[in-house]
Design a protein around this ligand. Sequence first.
Ligand SMILES: Nc1ncnc2c1ncn2[C@@H]1O[C@H](COP(=O)(O)OP(=O)(O)OP(=O)(O)O)[C@@H](O)[C@H]1O
Length: 685
Amino acid sequence: MNFLIADTFTAAFNRLSAIDQKAVKASVFDLQMDRTGNGLQLHRIDKSKDPNFWSARVNRDVRLIVHKTGESMLVAYVDHHDNAYAWAERRRIEAHPRTGALQIVEVRERVEEVAPPAQLELVMPAATMPAVQQPKLFAALDDDALLSVGLPADWLTDVRAATEDSFFVLAEHLPVEASEALLEFAATGRLPAPVTAPAADPFAHPDALRRIRPIADQEELEQALAFPWEKWGVFLHPSQRELTDRTFAGPARVAGSAGTGKTIVAIHRAVRLARGNPDARILLASFSQPLAGAMAKKLLVLAPETGGVVPRITTASFQGIAEQLYQLEHGVRPRIATSTILRERLAHSAKAVQLKGFSDRFLLSEWTNVIDAWGITSANAYATVQRMGRKSRLGPNQRERLWPVFASVREALAAERFTTWAQVFNKLADRLAGKPHKPFDHVILDEAQDLAPAELRFFAALAPAGTDALFLAGDMGQRIFQHPFSWAQLGVDVRGRSHVLKVCYRTSQQIRRAADHLLPSVLRDVDGVEDERLGIVSVFDGPAPLVITVSTAEEEATTVAKTVSGWLAEGITPAEIGIFVRTPDLVARAREALACVTDADVITTAPMHLAKGLEFRAVVVMACDQGILPLDDRVADAADEAELDEIYETERRLLYVACTRAREHLILTGVAPASEYLDDLRVRH
Ligand SMILES: Nc1ncnc2c1ncn2[C@@H]1O[C@H](COP(=O)(O)OP(=O)(O)OP(=O)(O)O)[C@@H](O)[C@H]1O
């Protein structure tokens, strides 16, 4: 007999007190050992429409709801006595007649039972909103189309009557595959192709595996109950599972907007590869040490078994792993030239050759993004380099004049035993290329959109080329540190092996939609790989983000303090709040605003660049003033119109990253005249 648990059970389990949870765990373990349930006093739930629902006694008050057939025992729900019964009385578990996926269907009897739609707050002030009757979102879809995406027949009428505001309330009652497909239809006018059933087994359908997981043994059960709030540890979206399980003949990439679970896929994939081959050595790396640390923690959730796969998965930051390998080779850490040193050496060399017409900023940027990034070591190489991502054109004469400056800086740095990160990565890549044995079998990288050329070369060389060697997770819309360049030219060709995730788990529909207005709907990289950003759906609903422009910094501080205090009063903890500003200097403005707020020291205040990869229940993006977003200093850096465009776009992406850290609440504040980007967020959706 199959033993299974449902996500409705883990979610309900999570809401119980610690004492009740302990008792429930013991009962579920008993049930797994003795699947007849004889020891647990099973009672059939007579009032349920589904004759296979039974209750099992956990303690005086708590009841476990199981669904028992000849072939399977499914742990479906748990709650205090009356609630547990009420839940089971209103559910059916059955294979959907069209898709074949097993579903937990909420029985739909009377239309008025569904709560009226919540009044949604809108970004625009109410006074300026025209009072329009909302169109029915799905009126154009016939029964056949609605059933094809897994909508239970009971809900056809409600869905056809749904408007934009009422749909989210309704969506909570529907199986997720149906609500996601309908949201995608609302966003794009297209219904996604249904997931085809692989076999006659309704439990094996990819949509069923999102909510119901077969448990093979006690170890798996322990893992599933160890961190019930980490739903991703047990239940994956079919598109996430597919990318976790698939074998790729060459380098592959997972893309997707913020919060679509790219990191989750990267971690699952690492564990899957490690479990699949007991000798495999895997690198799971991310942009920074804190992000690598966060992945290491999640890895333990997914593979808690001691002595298991975790020791074979190395988690590290991009620079961290390079530093370790450098140290192994050279016995010392690399002596990295800071940007102050570089600026000083460049100015000195420019003066020595009496170079005119190029600013110090330009020299540093050309050094960092062209000479050093691409490892240019000769005048010839500089004459022909494509200066990828540098939009300003440089003719042969200009390059000839510039080269002696860069050549002398290279010599000066070498003489002082300085190196740069790009040199470290490039040298290690060269060394690895000649070695028959590589340090890893599989390399998985998160935040791949911010890889520099030398870093990509290095990571591509870390594992033997071939099946599943390199897997990259990233979102072009969040590229904030690097100029774009061709991955294919460096041998990392992901064309045909690039997949986009479309379900956003982090950010409410309202916040995600507003943030999406900051970016184009399709992003294309240098190799022509496209990320389509239309049709992304969020799995939950919340208040619309607020955009507030005030006249003075004091007024802004008062607004932020009031908002944050309101969140705290609502039960959001200080650790669940993040405040982001454009530059490190502005962090003081955020701290001052929090001066009178309780437990303010636990609230994260940071520059936007450090927001990457994080998430908070509530976020404030402060100081969105003109001159700050985009940052005047950076705009002044632009060598020409084309470079100016790139700077504007990068600043926009930075704001997108900051906004998409928010799960439920987002507020943006600025002192007038405010950042022009705020107008995009204010657009009525
Ligand atoms: N299948 C899932 N079920 C439930 N929650 C999920 C699932 N997949 C991801 N999540 C949750 O969604 C949030 C975002 O996931 P993750 O950090 O992997 O997204 P991301 O695409 O890497 O985001 P970003 O691009 O912003 O770094 C996390 O809280 C994660 O736990």
